[in-house]
Design a protein around this ligand. Structure first.
Ligand SMILES: [Zn+2]
Length: 89
């Protein structure tokens, strides 16, 4: 049998069965299936940006910068931390 044509996935706001409205990552703009609140900036972010934050938190721990002290520190501070870590690491 021939392959069925696969339709292009519709991208747009949708509600899943658990009632969570999908939206876009406030940081990189990707469409989100899972919404996560940023550790540093309280923005709604996706898995990709969360992975970035997790990696940063790990590096911070190695550098004896306590990530807990920077919870909700805001975008500007988050960018500063990223810079510091990238210079040291
Ligand atoms: Zn993102």
């Amino acid at each position: 049998m021939g392959n069925e044509k696969i339709g292009k996935g519709k991208k747009g706001p949708m509600k899943n069965t658990s009632g969570i409205t999908t939206s876009k990552c406030e940081r990189c703009g990707e469409n989100l299936r899972i919404r996560i609140t940023s550790w540093f900036t309280n923005e709604t972010i996706g898995l990709k940006c969360m992975a970035e934050e997790d990696a940063l938190k790990n590096t911070m721990s190695l550098l004896k910068m306590n990530p807990d002290e920077h919870k909700g520190c805001g975008r500007e501070q988050y960018e500063k931390i990223k810079q510091i870590v990238s210079q040291v690491a």
